[in-house]
Design a protein around this ligand. Structure first.
Ligand code: PA5
Length: 466
């Protein structure tokens, strides 16, 4: 039976090569701390406490989300409006499981083009609306709180465009709202206009919501195998929850090693997949890891990277710069599509003969091993995470693995991995500075702090010659 996932940890343990690596003995001494963290997660989930609803998402029934997804599939374009956990997961799923250049080829599959409206960027929003026909475009608005300023501003813009083109009633029929149905301004809007709503349970935090309708609706509309995604996550969930021994549970080992390396001053984690399809997985992971762990003066800074590109950008720093990082290389064992590198008879290219007739996938795999070897030679700790192939089932497993490992790491670091007070602080300042009623004191505070920026300024005068 093929493994769902493998974690190779030999090069993250102390040896004559990895100086200051954690020893297996130390790892084995950690379980009481880890067991406590795992126990805490279980208890919080049993008590339905805020933040642990994601543990149950793999067991949810996808019938409704798939039905709504099918109805959206007949549009020419789909715009998802959301930010952070309400956008990164969609981008991660689509880039991993749909062919590249999706918007150029999706008509062959009879599926809509997909656009994300997340950042606050007028040009991007205006250009996006030039690319779509409003009559043939559906909106998905996703926001747990239903009040995030970026999402609401983007939503007001897109809603106005749609409403102006097709009228209020039709615009409502073309819009799906995903939000916390207990308390959210968006929920009130959906009720008032008659838009379809899907629930983001209040116990699921934004960055843990990719396996909820937030991530699954656009996935279903674009033809991703949602049941397989959930099935992979479920298999992973069952394995990780049941395995309490350090030796068999890769999530425990991942959390334990992160902690031990953190104690040795390695307070960054460089996350390096090697397929273009997993580039957005790094972005998704960065939010999950950074927002979950960065609290109380503790945390581990995620570094988004992509092999082979970052070999030619960051590897110099990784091997000879400060020894302050743990490296996670994500390997996909089998990729169906492969190119045989053509042979050339041109004399000037004869020294490239070592590449002739070689598999391009083999070259990439060799590059990944070379990077691992260069890091190990430099005494840097490397974790190698491997999945057999990049399909919906294995991606579901990979997502759940990292969610679980992140939550456990939070427990071991003694921080709450499910809140984000720093993010909320920024949101409150924005509300205050944009004159939202009730947030005046935040505006005053923000003005006081930001005044510090211009207390000292150096300017280079423009010569206005060009
Ligand atoms: O993980 C989180 O909770 C946050 O980063 C959110 O995803 C982000 O702030 C967007 O919030 P909302 O979905 O409420 O609009």
């Amino acid at each position: 039976m093929k493994p769902l996932l493998q974690l190779h940890l030999g090069a993250a343990l102390g040896s004559h090569l990895v100086s200051g690596g954690a020893t297996f003995q130390e790892l084995q001494n950690l379980p009481s701390r880890l067991r406590q963290a795992a126990q805490q997660i279980k208890e919080r989930s049993r008590d339905g406490l805020q933040g642990t609803g994601w543990l149950l998402l793999p067991y949810s029934d996808p019938t409704e989300v798939m039905k709504v997804g099918r109805s959206l599939a007949s549009f020419d374009a789909l715009i998802q409006i959301g930010i952070g956990g309400s956008a990164l997961g969609n981008q991660m799923l689509h880039s991993a499981l749909l062919p590249p250049y999706w918007n150029e080829i999706c008509h062959e599959k009879g599926r809509p083009r997909f656009y994300i409206s997340d950042n606050v960027d007028s040009l991007e929003n205006m250009t996006m609306w030039k690319c779509v026909d409003p009559k043939r475009t559906a909106l998905i608005v996703a926001s747990k709180s239903g009040s995030t300023a970026e999402t609401m501003a983007n939503f007001l813009f897109s809603w106005e465009r749609l409403e102006r083109a097709v009228g209020k009633e039709e615009a409502a029929r073309q819009t799906v709202v995903i939000t916390d149905l207990k308390e959210s301004l968006l929920k009130d809007f959906a009720l008032e206009q008659g838009c379809l709503t899907l629930e983001l349970p209040s116990t699921v935090g934004g960055r843990y919501s990719v396996l909820s309708p937030v991530g699954l609706l656009s996935a279903a509309a674009l033809g991703i195998d949602v049941p397989a995604l959930l099935c992979g996550a479920r298999e992973m969930a069952q394995s990780l929850v049941d395995l309490e021994g350090m030796e068999q549970n890769p999530a425990w080992v991942f959390a334990g090693l992160t902690w031990l390396h953190y104690l040795r001053g390695r307070n960054m984690i460089a996350f390096i997949p090697y397929l273009d399809g997993l580039a957005m997985f790094s972005d998704w992971f960065a939010q999950l890891w950074g927002e979950s762990l960065g609290k109380a003066g503790r945390g581990s800074t995620p570094i988004k990277a992509l092999g082979t590109i970052d070999q030619h950008s960051q590897l110099q720093l990784y091997t000879e710069g400060p020894d302050d990082k743990l490296y996670v290389l994500v390997h996909v064992k089998h990729v169906d599509e492969d190119i045989t590198i053509p042979l050339s008879k041109d004399k000037s290219l004869s020294s490239l003969s070592y590449l002739f007739n070689q598999s391009m996938n083999r070259l990439r795999d060799v590059e990944q091993l070379s990077t691992a070897s260069a890091l190990i030679k430099a005494g840097r700790p490397v974790l190698w995470v491997e999945i057999p192939k990049l399909d919906a089932k294995h991606l579901g497993g990979l997502i759940y693995f990292f969610e679980f490992a992140t939550a456990l790491t939070g427990g071991v670091m003694d921080v709450n991995p499910f809140d984000q007070p720093g993010v909320e602080q920024g949101k409150h300042y924005t509300y205050g500075l944009m004159e939202r009623p009730g947030y005046q004191s935040f505006a005053e505070e923000a003005r006081g702090f930001s005044a510090l920026l211009s207390q000292r300024t150096i300017a280079i005068p423009s010569q206005e010659k060009c």
